[in-house]
Design a protein around this ligand. Structure first.
Ligand code: FAD
Length: 373
């Protein structure tokens, strides 16, 4: 099975780690992902926190919100195409997931294609093409009429803003990681970014128990709820309220889960080396990439439901119809904006999954289930 995977920067890191250590973990299902789309991300909110912010603080029922967006320092809530509430971002900060505050990746540097709003005009998405595979898909989608493409240098505001947000996130979160380190909560995923010896990380994961995962990641406020640990050790672990928990009766020896976790270690250099081997890429503070474009879907009627330019959905539709992938792991929601990880294998399911959920969607356990079919 060939799968596409849409995820946030931390989810891409988790996926790449699963691919890097598939032999040591003894599971190769992550290798079925042949196309990755990463979303730009400054931060996100746990569902319960988003609900508390919108329903308790602002008295608006989530079921009455049609779309969320973040623009110019505000979270915007829409109904019938109109903004019904603006929430200044500083007011949302206490609700941000603590695990996001030590993440250094804004633009999903380990994806084939990274997509966000900043950098492009309204109704366009900014697409950073990082790999040959990503470039082939973008060009195919353009040729076949799924998308219109402009070079980022032809539009305003351009990459300046993407670079600014990338730097801001990195600087602020590095400072937070240092603060935590001084308080005794080591950010292992940051200190291992330059690690070149995979064997060292495998050895460090040896004989680890769930108590180690709790101490180093979950209780230390580092967990991002990606579910990589649950995906590789579902007989031992489960997600409860977005936190990994030991199942009743499990023995707690979670060596594979400890190795899979993107917060116990994150050898970004090794992962990037593997991803970009043989690629002709440039490298700057946006990571490695081939080029950057402003892209919008040509399907006008559908644009309304997509978040920005609809580039993600249009590119996935092209990949599906061309037979490049059999389906995609995406995010959906119920009527109260509760996030649901979903497998979309038809045009209709892909279109339904368009739009942004600003809360976290644990999707790696679903990826394992689908990829193992
Ligand atoms: C939590 C979060 C924070 C973001 N922060 C920024 C930011 O600071 N700056 C910026 O420029 N862009 C940010 N984005 C990206 C932006 O909101 C759009 O997703 C992106 O521009 C793509 O728009 P589109 O119209 O091309 O996508 P669409 O065609 O609408 O498709 C969106 C795709 O993303 C998937 N998706 C939606 N929500 C999630 C989720 N929570 N987890 C995994 N997949 C999801 C959908 O299932 C769909 O496949 C963020 C996205 C998220 C989810």
């Amino acid at each position: 099975m060939k799968l596409a995977y849409v995820g946030l920067p931390c989810q891409l890191q988790a996926l790449r780690k699963l691919q890097l250590f598939s032999r040591e973990i003894g599971q190769d299902w992550a290798g079925n992902v042949s196309l990755t789309v990463g979303l730009f991300c400054r931060e996100n909110w746990a569902y319960s926190c988003l609900r508390a912010l919108v329903e308790d603080d602002y008295g608006i029922k989530l079921s009455e919100v049609e779309k969320f967006d973040i623009k110019k320092g505000k979270m915007l809530l829409y109904r019938s195409g109109e903004v019904i509430q603006e929430i200044p971002l500083p007011e949302t900060k206490p609700y941000v997931r603590v695990g996001c505050e030590v993440c250094l990746d804004f633009s999903a540097e380990l994806a084939d294609l990274s997509v966000g709003a900043v950098g492009s005009p309204p109704k366009y998405s900014t697409v950073i093409v990082r790999t040959k595979r990503g470039m082939e898909l973008l060009r195919k989608a353009e040729r076949q009429g799924y998308v219109e493409v402009k070079h980022i240098s032809e539009v305003k505001p351009g990459t300046k803003l993407v670079l600014k947000l990338t730097k801001e996130k990195r600087d602020e979160n590095l400072a937070e990681a240092e603060r935590r380190e001084r308080a005794g909560y080591a950010a292992r995923h940051i200190s291992t970014m330059g690690e070149q010896e995979p064997a060292k990380l495998v050895a460090e994961a040896k004989n680890r128990s769930f108590a180690d995962l709790e101490a180093h990641v979950i209780d230390a406020g580092m967990c991002v709820s990606c579910g990589a640990c649950v995906a590789v050790a579902s007989e031992q672990l489960e997600m409860v309220d977005e936190r990994p928990r030991l199942k009743e009766g499990a023995d707690g020896r979670v060596e594979k889960a400890y190795l899979a976790c993107p917060r116990t270690s994150m050898p970004v250099m090794l992962m990037a080396e593997r991803l970009f081997r043989g690629e002709d890429v440039k490298s700057d503070s946006l990571g490695k990439y081939i080029d950057i474009f402003a892209v919008r879907a040509t399907e006008k009627a559908a644009l309304k439901r997509y978040q920005d330019g609809g580039a993600v959905t249009a590119l996935l539709l092209c990949a599906l119809n061309a037979g490049d992938v059999d389906g995609a792991i995406v995010a959906k929601r119920d009527q109260n904006w509760r996030p649901i990880a979903a497998f979309a294998e038809s045009e209709e399911e892909l279109r339904e999954s368009g739009g942004t959920l600003y809360c976290y969607v644990t999707n790696l356990p679903l990826l394992r289930e689908v990829a193992s079919r």
